[in-house]
Design a protein around this ligand. Structure first.
Ligand SMILES: [Zn+2]
Length: 75
């Protein structure tokens, strides 16, 4: 245990409704979605590839940006 390990992400918000499932699909290619973007006009889902592709353009106007692509790495 070192003090450096304090950089653990504490994203425990219990908002399960925000969590993406295997049923959520990328709006562009139909792959499993890992990124949910909430816009004033509605909601978009992206796989990590297209999410990252659109991020620069959409993130500034998004009401929220949920990126669960780290789930990709953990399985
Ligand atoms: Zn995609």
């Amino acid at each position: 245990m070192s003090a450096n390990e304090a950089v653990t992400e504490s994203v425990e918000t219990n908002e399960s409704k925000e969590s993406l499932t295997a049923l959520d699909r990328c709006d562009i290619c139909g792959a499993q979605a890992y990124i949910r973007v909430e816009l004033a006009t509605g909601e978009l889902l992206f796989c990590s590839h297209h999410g990252n592709e659109k991020k620069a353009k959409l993130e500034p106007i998004a009401k929220s940006w949920l990126d669960e692509s780290d789930k990709l790495l953990s399985r």
